[in-house]
Design a protein around this ligand. Structure first.
Ligand SMILES: C[C@](O)(CO)[C@H](O)COP(=O)(O)OP(=O)(O)OC[C@H]1O[C@@H](n2ccc(N)nc2=O)[C@H](O)[C@@H]1O
Ligand SMILES: Nc1ncnc2c1ncn2[C@@H]1O[C@H](COP(=O)(O)OP(=O)(O)OP(=O)(O)O)[C@@H](O)[C@H]1O
Length: 299
């Protein structure tokens, strides 16, 4: 079972010039959908946190001038490494912005389930922008980088820094938040093995604005926060209700909710031993589910 120590993996450079970036899993502690916009996107309010673990992207310069991507790891199967991959799209977007013709040989270790509400693809795209920015020694003004990120997906701007943020708009209005007691919180991520289309979940949202998100404390987030996409996602994949039930009955759980458009759900614990026990118990009952014990990254 994957088990992580928050912020332990350095964004390292090895002797052979290979760079590493971690594409940290994103978790929406609360996700309030406020309105459907005319452009088809939805106006959101969401408190994003990031796990200390995620996919691992490595890369080094390639003299050929080409960008290549090799995908390994537990969720590599079925993930296209061609131009449709968000890593390749990010590399291409950055190259176009820089007028860059230098290449890169990239390897992605895909540890996060695909289309699962924890922003794996978005985190990969952001990690690619960070890694290639370093590899090519490019100094990109933050507004430009955020614009490139948003062109790749609504979650990508927040994934650039991968720290706790209040996110609004369609995902591009970012505000750093440092909620006391949040960093280092033990967190369990559980996915029942069903991929979910984000667009389809938003389409099923009932268009009822249930009110603003108050996120000035963890208590407020727990008591007054919601994931407004949960009912739509559960209607599409009823197994999500089983995941939530498993998490909510775990001893020591502080909060259990779905992340993003699902199907991954998270649970927060005060005590790491409780998170470990819950993971073992759930694994024993639901052998096919993906389970990760991690911690919330520092803000
Ligand atoms: C559900 C969240 O994960 C919450 O963090 C994000 O809002 C989704 O972010 P994402 O996966 O990066 O989404 P995108 O790739 O930009 O959009 C996928 C689809 O989701 C819908 N979408 C996404 C974001 C948003 N604010 N409103 C939307 O309606 C749109 O139909 C869009 O075509
Ligand atoms: N590197 C990648 N990793 C994961 N998915 C990718 C990648 N590149 C392209 N995709 C595609 O992007 C889609 C969304 O994948 P992702 O894992 O980011 O979804 P998600 O976790 O639901 O995201 P979110 O939480 O932002 O809604 C998938 O259908 C997948 O085929």
């Amino acid at each position: 079972m994957p088990h992580a120590d928050a912020n332990l993996l350095p964004n390292a450079i090895s002797d052979d010039g290979e760079l590493t970036e971690i594409a940290y899993a994103k978790v929406n502690l609360a996700l309030h959908v406020r309105a459907r916009r005319e452009d088809g996107y939805h106006a959101l309010e969401s408190l994003f946190v990031f796990a200390g673990d995620g996919d691992v992207l490595t890369g080094k310069a390639a003299d050929s001038g080409a960008i290549t991507l090799n995908i390994e790891g537990p969720f590599a199967d079925g993930l296209d490494s061609g131009g449709g991959n968000l890593v390749m799209k990010a590399a291409q977007a950055l190259r176009e912005y820089l007028g860059e013709s230098r290449g890169a040989a990239l390897t992605l270790v895909k540890n996060l389930p695909v289309a699962s509400g924890i922003g794996g693809g978005s985190a990969d795209a952001a990690a690619t922008l960070r890694l290639l920015g370093r590899l090519w020694n490019a100094h990109i003004p933050a507004p430009d980088l955020e614009r490139i990120a948003l062109s790749l997906g609504s979650d990508v701007p927040a994934c650039l820094a991968s720290v706790t943020q209040m996110v609004r708009g369609r995902g591009e209005v970012l505000e750093d938040v440092d909620l006391p007691g949040l960093a280092g919180t033990p967190m369990l991520l559980v996915n029942p093995g069903v991929g979910i289309s984000t667009a389809r979940v938003f389409q099923r949202w009932d268009q009822v604005d249930r009110g603003a998100l108050a996120a000035e404390s963890l208590e407020r987030l727990i008591d007054g926060g919601r994931n407004d996409l949960e009912p739509a996602a559960v209607a599409m994949e009823p197994v999500i209700a089983d995941v939530l039930a498993e998490l909510r009955q775990s001893p020591g759980v502080r909060l259990a909710r779905m992340s993003g458009s699902g199907a991954t759900c998270f649970a927060l614990f005060d005590d790491e031993a409780d998170a470990d026990s819950a993971a073992i118990d759930i694994k024993a009952r639901q052998a096919g589910w993906w389970i990760m014990v991690t911690r919330i990254r520092a803000a």
